[in-house]
Design a protein around this ligand. Structure first.
Ligand code: ADP
Ligand code: MG
Length: 690
């Protein structure tokens, strides 16, 4: 563990110095740090505490709450000598207390702490209190003197990992704090002045070891501002890069012939979105547009119209889907809509055999393939387009921001359309997708009836299956979704295969039931899906691999087992798989969880089919951590800012970022070097697609 001072030759310290440089950090500890995403000294200094333990309000031993970490103030009454116990561990014991109660203290393998303590002195002990009223105990407490508490009244608590406790992190950070200047200050002095914020080194010291709650608050405000500014700079640069002059100039195209070729008319919202897209593509800059539309609003059709136009203008188009399943479905749908115009559609997925892949790649390179549909395999090296003019990314939230950039680099600045079915509350959307223009499909195709949604317990599963059987008898199809798990220790959950054998097949003995899960080979998945689409299967038991985008209009019932395990937005997506035809559709949320919060969450979903309302509710009740934490928006992970609650700062950061980029679009000015570095660090942290 880290002692409190640094090695002597500190001239070599840089932000990139590995944490192993610290005293007491060997390869093992370094590995644990790595689990927290901490590799360098800068990473460690920017690993901010989650909260603080307040030493200014200690408990007397008799009132300390059991089972939580807290601070107890007491006099040291006696020290019992150390001894060894089985397993070779050394144990030291001491007793502290006041007139009312005592606290028994135990340390394992730590003879140093107790050596420094004096009987008769008062100390502050920090740790988790265990035991009953009469026998309170603390194991491995941190100890502070009154003088130490006065100097540092708040103790930082860090997100920890196995084998790396918050206090071990504290000690390593403490070694580094005298050297906080090594980070430099990315924020221009003018901004510090304008918003009255402390400098970086000051803020870093105050957030790790604040002298008062106010100092911690100020530090936090400054660091949040910095993080959001860096985020907005990154997004802004992405947009600027995109809006370089386009490599695919086209004239304004009239969509009428495409609309006329369809068996139905487009909705007003679809027409508007396509007009906006065609307008963009006729401009001199390349398009960077987000198409947001609730599940079932018909985004694919908008993409088809845009691709039709770009290909008609002499370019190639590409469409990226998050899964092979969706890529195949899109290829089929687009082929149906576009083949009559002589457009040649190629499918490129990771599952292709080498020979087929070679032929496809050659067709893409020669321009023989007009439209390439695929997974992120399209982004891999070796895929060259003859003249890529428009790239469409479906279900954008599965892709990292960086991947959008990679795609843009495949052609000479092609137009970009990203489609997302995850509605985010509007005000936030504009800020988060600050790098994109937005079209919204706020109208469902005509004749849709809202999906009737019900919550039920597993006790009524037999009745439910009776209902499924009748629907199937009427010529409909049904989905049954189970959590994706293997045989495992959690006995409350049934593995999907067991559920398929013992529940679904048993309760639908005369029906054709299929099974789909993530472990199937792409070919097998495609075959099962094909059987379901063509009506060879009546029911499909599946994990959430079907969550995104699958379109089978004849399916009218969605059953979701263990519904409490999903966020509302995910449930809403699943529900969106039904209600795609004119028939009445149903969604059953099965859950035995009795918790009030779970019940009211599921009930809320029964009361609305508006994806924006669902997202708002999710955001408010599950908190922004859940909402944004899963990276479903493809944004970089943030260390300290909270997009839902720090909106005022986000606004300020956005306008300052715009002003900065106005003056220095590429952040090449020497005074912006550190900012540019921070932007790179943040966007490198964005993980690959999951
Ligand atoms: P999503 O926006 O969820 O991707 P899809 O593009 O999969 O929605 O479309 C959902 C369904 O609605 C598809 O079956 C599609 O053929 C149908 N659809 C789309 N637009 C219209 C329209 N204007 N009129 C009738 N049906 C439509
Ligand atoms: Mg879709």
């Amino acid at each position: 563990m880290c002692p409190a001072s640094l090695p002597e030759n500190r001239t070599t310290l840089t932000p990139d110095t590995p944490v192993q440089y610290l005293k007491g950090v060997g390869p093992k500890l370094a590995q644990r740090f790595e689990k927290l995403g901490i590799r360098t000294l800068a990473d460690l200094l920017e690993h901010y505490p989650r909260r603080y333990l307040d030493f200014t309000h200690p408990y007397p031993p008799s009132e300390a709450p059991v089972g939580v970490e807290c601070v107890v103030r007491a006099e040291l009454l006696s020290k019992q000598g150390g001894r060894y116990v089985t397993g070779g561990r050394r144990v030291e014991k001491a007793t502290a207390g006041d007139d009312v109660a005592t606290l028994e203290l135990t340390w394992f393998n730590n003879p140093y702490t107790i050596q420094k303590l004096e009987v008769g002195q008062e100390y502050f002990f920090e740790g988790e209190v265990t035991g009953g009223l009469l026998r309170r105990q603390m194991v491995n407490p941190q100890v502070r003197t009154a003088a130490q508490v006065q100097a540092a009244p708040l103790a930082a608590i860090y997100p920890q990992t196995e084998g790396l406790t918050s206090s071990a992190i504290s000690r390593c950070v403490a070694q580094l704090l005298p050297h906080a200047e090594l980070l430099g200050d990315p924020l221009p002095p003018a901004l510090l002045q304008k918003y009255r914020m402390p400098g970086k080194a000051q803020a870093v010291r105050d957030i790790h070891a604040p002298s008062s709650p106010e100092a911690a608050q100020e530090a936090r405000r400054r660091l949040i501002f910095e993080e959001l500014l860096v985020l907005q700079l990154g997004m802004g640069q992405m947009k600027n890069r995109g809006s370089a002059s386009t490599g695919a100039p086209m004239r304004r195209i009239d969509p009428a012939p495409f609309w006329a070729s369809l068996p139905f008319s487009p909705t007003g919202a679809q027409r508007r979105a396509v007009d906006e897209i065609l307008e963009d593509m006729a401009g001199t800059e390349s398009m960077n547009r987000l198409l947001q539309g609730d599940v079932g609003s018909g985004k694919t059709l908008v993409a088809a119209a845009a691709l039709w136009a770009a290909i008609g203008a002499g370019y190639q188009g590409a469409l990226l889907a998050p899964t092979e399943l969706l890529a195949e479905q899109h290829a089929e749908n687009l082929n149906r809509m576009l083949a009559k115009f002589g457009i040649r559609v190629a499918l490129l997925t990771g599952g292709l055999k080498a020979a087929a892949r070679r032929t496809t790649l050659a067709a893409i390179r020669s321009g023989e393939a007009d439209l390439v549909v695929g997974t992120h395999a399209i982004l891999s090296e070796g895929v060259e387009f003859a003249r890529l003019g428009l790239a469409v990314i479906d279900e954008q939230h599965r892709f990292g921001v960086r991947q959008r950039g990679a795609l843009a680099e495949k052609g000479c600045a092609p137009h970009l359309l990203v489609m997302s079915a995850t509605p985010i509350p509007r005000t936030l959307g504009l800020l988060i997708y600050g790098d994109l223009d937005i079209s919204i499909l706020d109208e469902l195709p005509p004749g849709r009836r809202p999906v009737k949604t019900r919550v039920m317990t597993g006790a009524r599963r037999k009745d439910l299956y009776g209902f499924l059987d009748r629907e199937i008898g009427a010529g409909r199809q049904v989905y049954i979704v189970c959590p994706a798990i293997e045989e495992g220790p959690d006995a409350s959950l049934t593995p999907v295969k067991t559920y398929y054998e013992q529940t679904a097949k048993a309760l639908l003995p005369n029906r054709r039931v299929g099974l789909m899960h993530g472990k199937l080979k792409p070919k097998e998945k495609a075959a099962v899906m094909e059987d379901f689409r063509t009506g060879q299967l009546d029911a499909l038991v599946s994990t959430t691999v079907i969550e995104v985008g699958v379109d089978v209009p004849n399916a009218t019932v969605m059953v979701i087992e263990n519904a409490e395990r999903y966020g509302l937005s995910a449930l809403h997506q699943l529900r969106g798989r039904v209600g795609r035809g004119a028939a009445e559709s149903w969604c059953f949320l099965v859950s035995d969880n009795e918790a009030e919060s779970v019940r009211s969450r599921l009930k809320f979903l029964c009361s609305t089919t508006d994806g924006f309302a669902v997202a708002q509710y999710d955001l408010e009740t599950r908190g922004p951590g859940d909402f944004f934490g899963s990276r479903q928006h493809g944004l970089p992970a943030l260390q300290i800012a909270d997009l839902a609650n720090d909106t005022a700062t986000l606004h300020a950061a956005q306008s300052e970022a715009a002003a900065l980029l106005d003056k220095d679009p590429l952040l090449t000015a020497p005074e912006h070097a550190l900012l540019a570095q921070q932007v790179n660090r943040m966007f490198e942290r964005t993980g690959p697609m999951n």
